[in-house]
Structures are given as structure tokens and as C-alpha cells.
Design a protein around this ligand. Structure first.
Ligand code: HEM
Length: 447
């Protein structure tokens, strides 16, 4: 979300005032003004680089689609937790060091909600309605989150994941057969990376496969960070769609997540719909982008691709290394400080925004020697955990399912298409510019 997310549903204000109000930031008013500016005005502003006051300003520029902007490494060299200016013009703490990210992921003083009385005054990260601002109520956040995890856990049981892993194998085989029937070159993004996660979502939720294009469109629109109205409209449409599905499952339960949720005693319909939407968004674009990035990384290392095709036991390690190296988005995971936090030589004040750049932390040389080297056998020698699925409280609910899906794609791709290679140089690949999840617009390959 992640890359995402909202477990508390649409934006809401806290019910009661906390003991202590956070200090106000001088730039918040201009920041709110900025949010109201027409998009065209904002586009004309100088966008990158270091401003006069010394803060680096997001977004940073990438040299190529694969590697996170070099400016993140420069920032980390200054310190693992440093202030930056966000896309919305507010200040936020950027966490780029692995050790700091690991600790802060687990720090109970950080939350997704804003600890002040008015979340509209919180420092904004972007105009995205779900990943650019706080969510939920600081008083109930922890309890609601815990409940969400408890409610979702049975739907991601070992049995369900095993079942879905089997389905993933069959779905991948189908997609690869269709690809083999074509004359090369082709776009792997269109042929495999986009359809597979949608098909998996259809399996998970029992959604009719005919609805896949609508779902894909909503998912893309919802991830937009530059057009809040478009994102909100997608959210509303998906809400109605999912509500209908929930009603259907109440009448005719099946072996899927919506039926699991609908069968739970006392879980209100609106909450079931929100949880389903959360899963749909959390599990879709994240998987699409990792299939693209993983394939690209492998194809740029033909000897490792060949080794993977020859030895299936390399698949789990390859998946971990792809996840570590794939940084499709430069949006950090958003948190707000609910208390003052002394860390790594700085003080994060109550109410400050914190952006955990977990993908950048996964390239920290202090955690992974020679971090920009892709090595599918690295997992054996690595002492530090990858943060690709986050860590601690919000650790990805679908991590095992995602791993199964990726393992299925890459193992099968390497065996079925041993001669697969990129059809264009890296410099010609384009990144999606305006979504929180990022990713490639196309991945031309030949075989
Ligand atoms: C390769 C694919 C995926 C990646 C890289 C990924 C990554 C992540 C990350 C980094 C987080 C932590 C967010 C944070 O700390 O704020 C997260 C949370 C989450 N993910 Fe995933 N994810 C993937 C696939 C999935 C799938 C397939 C599902 C379910 C169908 C899913 C459901 C969730 C949910 C519900 C959360 C929220 C957990 C919470 O807040 O407690 N993810 N994911």
C-alpha cells in the first residue's frame, strides 16, 4: 500500500481530544492552500531537488525504473531518519535506514491516525485519499486494527493459501500457454503481470471473472495520488459493487473470503465491505508491480534466470530477492507520531508525519552487503530480514499468498520460456507516474 491502506474505512475525525495537542507546523496553512490549488498550478512549480531551507523535496528523480532514486541513498548517508518536504509541501520524517525502519515499524508510538483534534491539520504526504493523509481515530485505532487482524486471519489460513497456491499454478499455466501461442514479441505486463493478480482476487473473493476489467479500472483509479476526486469516485463505485457481492454471499455462501466474513457473528455489513475493499487494493497492484519487477530483474540476469529454470529449489530464494530489490514506488508508508520519539539523533514530535521507505531500507548496505546486486542465493547469507512486506503490527496479511503467486510465476516462466529476454533496453521502460503503487506501463519481451 501500501504501499497502502485504510483499515478504518473512509476518513473520519477523532471522537475525543487527546491529553496533549501536537505542536503546529508553520507550513500547514500554506500546505492546505496548496491542496486546493488547481492541478495545473502545482505542475508548474519547481518539483525536485533541495530547497533553500535545506530540506530535500519529494519526488526524487530515478535514473532508471529499476532502482530507487539515488537521492535516497544520499539522504540515508546524512542519517537514517531525516526531514524531507512531501509532495503536498508539508515536512515529514523520511526513514531510509534498515535498522531505523525495523524499529519504527514496531514502535507503538507511531500510528496511522493523527493524534490532534483535527486530522485536516495533519501534515499531508500527497493528495491521495488513502495514502496521503491520516486515517482513523487515535483513541480506537489499536483496538480496531487488532480486531481487523483477528477477523482476517482465518481467511488466510494455511489451508486457504495452499488451495490458492494450487489455483495460482493452474492460472499461470493458462496464461503462459496463451503467451506461447502468440508470435513474439509481447508485453509481459499485459500477458501475465496484470491478469494474474486479478484472477487471484477473483479466486479469493469468488468474484466473476467477467468483472475483471471494471475491477482493474477501479484499482488503478483508486491508487491515483494526483486526482483525489477520481480516486474517491472509484472508491464509491467499488463500495457499491462489493456490497452487492456481500449480499449475494449471505444468501449463497461459498469457499471464499467474503463468505467467511459474512458468516461472522456481529460483523456489520459496512465493515465487511470495507475489509474486502482493503484486501482488493492491498493485494492487487502490489502483486502486479512485483511480477513486472521480478521478471525484469531476472531477465537482466540471464545466468540466474537459467539457473532458476534448471533448479526449482532456487524459487523461494529468488522470490525473496526479487521482493527485496523491487522498489516500484517512491511513496513511503505513512505514519503519525502519537508521542515524542527520540531516535537516531533526532526527535520526532507528536503529530509529525513519518514516511517509512521500506524499499529504500531494503537497499541499505548496513543490512545487505552490496545491496544493489541481484542475487537469488543471497537469502542464505543474509542476517537481516527484508522489509518488503513491512514488519510487526501491520505486516502484510497476504504475504504467504503473494509469495505463492510469485513463486508460481517465476518458476514456471523460467521453465516454459528459457529464451525469454527483454525486447527493449532498460532506458526505454516507463514508470507509471501518478499512482501510489507505481510500476511499469509495459514490459516488452521476446522469446
Ligand atoms: C507482492 C505483493 C505484496 C506486497 C509487496 C505487499 C506489501 C505490503 C506491505 C509493505 C504492507 C505493510 C503496510 C504498512 O506497514 O503500512 C502490507 C500490508 C497489507 N497487505 Fe500486503 N503486499 C502484497 C500482497 C498482498 C496480498 C495478496 C494481500 C491480500 C489479498 C495483502 C493484504 C495486505 C493487508 C490487508 C495489509 C494491511 C495489514 C495491516 O495493516 O495490518 N497484501 N502489504
Amino acid at each position: 500500500m501500501p504501499d497502502h491502506l485504510l483499515e478504518q474505512g473512509p476518513e473520519r475525525k477523532p471522537e475525543r481530544k487527546p491529553e496533549r495537542e501536537p505542536e503546529r507546523e508553520p507550513e500547514r496553512e500554506p500546505e492546505r492552500e496548496r491542496e486546493r490549488e488547481p492541478e495545473r498550478e502545482r505542475e508548474r512549480e519547481p518539483e525536485r531537488g533541495t530547497e533553500r531551507g535545506g530540506l530535500r523535496r519529494l519526488p526524487f528523480r530515478r535514473a532508471n525504473v529499476l532502482d530507487p532514486p539515488a537521492e535516497f541513498a544520499a539522504l540515508r548517508a546524512e542519517g537514517p531518519v531525516r526531514q524531507v518536504r512531501t509532495l503536498s509541501g508539508a515536512t515529514a520524517w523520511a526513514v531510509t535506514g534498515h535498522d531505523a525502519a525495523y524499529r519504527l515499524f514496531a514502535d507503538p508510538r507511531l500510528g496511522r491516525s493523527y493524534p490532534g483534534p483535527d486530522p485536516d491539520r495533519a501534515p499531508r504526504v500527497s493528495a491521495s485519499p488513502f495514502a496521503g493523509r491520516p486515517y482513523g481515530d487515535p483513541v480506537t485505532e489499536r483496538e480496531r486494527h487488532l480486531r481487523m487482524r483477528q477477523v482476517l486471519a482465518p481467511s488466510f489460513s494455511t489451508r486457504r493459501v495452499r488451495l490458492l497456491a494450487g489455483r495460482a499454478d493452474a492460472l499461470v499455466d493458462g496464461l503462459l500457454e496463451a503467451m506461447a501461442a502468440r508470435t513474439p514479441p509481447g508485453d509481459l505486463h499485459q500477458l501475465v503481470s496484470e491478469p494474474l493478480p486479478v484472477l487471484m482476487m477473483c479466486e479469493l473473493f469468488g468474484v466473476p471473472y467477467e468483472d475483471r476489467d471494471r475491477f482493474r479500472a477501479w484499482s488503478g483509479a483508486y491508487a491515483r495520488f494526483d486526482a483525489p476526486e477520481v480516486a474517491r469516485a472509484a472508491q464509491r463505485e467499488l463500495f457499491s459493487y462489493v456490497r452487492e457481492l456481500v449480499e449475494q454471499r449471505r444468501d449463497r455462501p461459498a469457499d471464499d473470503v467474503i463468505s467467511d466474513l459474512a458468516a461472522l457473528e456481529g460483523l456489520p455489513e459496512a465493515e465487511i465491505v470495507q475489509l474486502t475493499m482493503l484486501l482488493m487494493f492491498a493485494g492487487h497492484d502490489t502483486a502486479v508491480t512485483r511480477i513486472d519487477y521480478g521478471a525484469l530483474l531476472l531477465l537482466r540476469h540471464p545466468e540466474q534466470y537459467a539457473a532458476l529454470g534448471a533448479d526449482p529449489s532456487l524459487v523461494p530464494g529468488a522470490v525473496e530477492e526479487m521482493l527485496r530489490m523491487s522498489v516500484p514506488s517512491d511513496h513511503g508508508l505513512v505514519r503519525y507520531a502519537h508521542a515524542d520519539i527520540e531516535t537516531d539523533g533526532v526527535t520526532i514530535r507528536t503529530g509529525d508525519a513519518v514516511l517509512i521507505f521500506h524499499g529504500v531500507a531494503n537497499r541499505d548496505p548496513a543490512a545487505f552487503p552490496d545491496p544493489d546486486r541481484f542475487d537469488i542465493t543471497r537469502v542464505r547469507e543474509s542476517a537481516r530480514p527484508s522489509l518488503a512486506f513491512g514488519y510487526a503490527t501491520h505486516f502484510c496479511v497476504g504475504a504467504q499468498l503473494a509469495r505463492a503467486q510469485l513463486g508460481s510465476v517465476f518458476g514456471r516462466l523460467a521453465r516454459r520460456f528459457p529464451a525469454l529476454r527483454p525486447a527493449v533496453p532498460l532506458s526505454e521502460l516507463r514508470a507509471t507516474a501518478n499512482t501510489v503503487t507505481g510500476g511499469l506501463t509495459a514490459l516488452p519481451v521476446t522469446w
